[in-house]
Design a protein around this ligand. Structure first.
Ligand SMILES: NC(=O)C1=CN([C@@H]2O[C@H](COP(=O)(O)OP(=O)(O)OC[C@H]3O[C@@H](n4cnc5c(N)ncnc54)[C@H](O)[C@@H]3O)[C@@H](O)[C@H]2O)C=CC1
Ligand SMILES: O=C(O)C1=N[C@H](C(=O)O)C[C@H](O)C1
Length: 249
């Protein structure tokens, strides 16, 4: 069985990963709090991660935390020679560069969304935007009220896919006198309740509207995808991998 360490183990996704781990074993978790254990999984201070990766003979880290914590664990993975799956979102350019550096030393797989449906949605978005090349585009995402980064990592990834097809400029929310340019895309983030994650791209023109949308119904979908990625990643060469590599394998 793949031996997994979970970073952000006291968080919502940390708990979901422990629950979803049936074909792999979560042997240790990392946190910055004083917690000793979560659901029977021993918790080690994040500062001692490199040592713990060796002590618990970890194959791969699954990370759902905050960028700062993910980067600390990436350093520990490099030090201990352990693979890493990064689910955390909200990295700035420097953070992304640090992850790229780490991937030169160990196998590192990063995804802003570990649901298979989003993988397919991204392919549909590429086709739709490339074909309906003069339609107006608007991108919406909705998440629970505890989410700290906006727009979501997934929305940013969808935006990347769109920008590979069309030269559109994102406009984040609109207020006041804000007439629309042909080459802009409105991007909107809503936060409410415990909504797990909804994304929608609207394409409108030619007296018609095409809507491409996805809704996650449980965090288990992300946890299961991340664990699939973790099992797949172990044994790969050092390098940068994405969830599409796992889905296509
Ligand atoms: N890629 C994907 O499929 C998914 C990604 N996510 C992302 O995962 C991340 C975590 O999401 P949730 O579990 O919902 O958040 P959460 O707020 O419930 O958990 C965050 C965890 O990070 C820890 N943490 C906070 N500050 C820290 C620091 N400075 N150093 C180390 N750890 C720290 C917290 O103690 C907690 O355990 C977010 O970035 C979210 O966007 C969430 C769901 C799916
Ligand atoms: O914070 C979340 O919950 C989620 N975050 C990811 C994102 O930022 O896209 C993935 C998913 O939508 C849930």
């Amino acid at each position: 069985m793949t031996r997994v360490a979970v970073n952000g183990v006291t968080g919502q996704m940390g708990g979901a990963v422990i629950e979803a781990a049936t074909d792999s074993e979560v042997v240790v978790g990392f946190a910055t709090s004083d917690t000793n254990a979560v659901d029977g999984v021993p918790v080690v201070d994040l500062a001692d991660a490199a040592e713990a990766l060796r002590e618990y003979d970890v194959d791969v880290v699954v990370d759902f935390a905050v960028p700062e914590g993910a980067l600390t664990v990436a350093e520990a993975c490099v030090e201990a020679g352990v693979s890493m799956v990064v689910g955390t979102t909200g990295f700035d350019e420097d953070g992304m560069a640090s992850l790229r550096d780490a991937s030169e030393e160990v196998p590192l797989l990063k995804a802003t969304n570990f649901s298979q449906g989003i993988q397919v949605l991204q392919r549909l978005v590429s086709e739709a935007v490339g074909t309906l090349d003069d339609y107006d585009l608007e991108l919406m995402e909705t998440h629970h009220n505890r989410k700290v980064d906006a727009p979501s990592g997934t929305a940013n990834s969808i935006l990347d896919v769109i920008q590979e097809e069309r030269d559109v400029e994102p406009v984040y929310g609109r207020e006041g006198h804000a007439p629309r340019d042909d080459d802009e895309i409105g991007v909107f983030a809503r936060r409410a309740g415990d909504i797990r994650g909804e994304h929608e791209l609207v394409l409108a023109g030619n007296d018609e509207v095409l809507s491409l949308s996805h809704r996650a119904e449980d965090r288990g979908v992300f946890a299961a995808g991340a664990l699939d990625a973790a099992t797949w990643l172990v044994g790969c060469d050092a390098g940068w991998y994405e969830f599409g590599d796992v889905v296509d394998a």
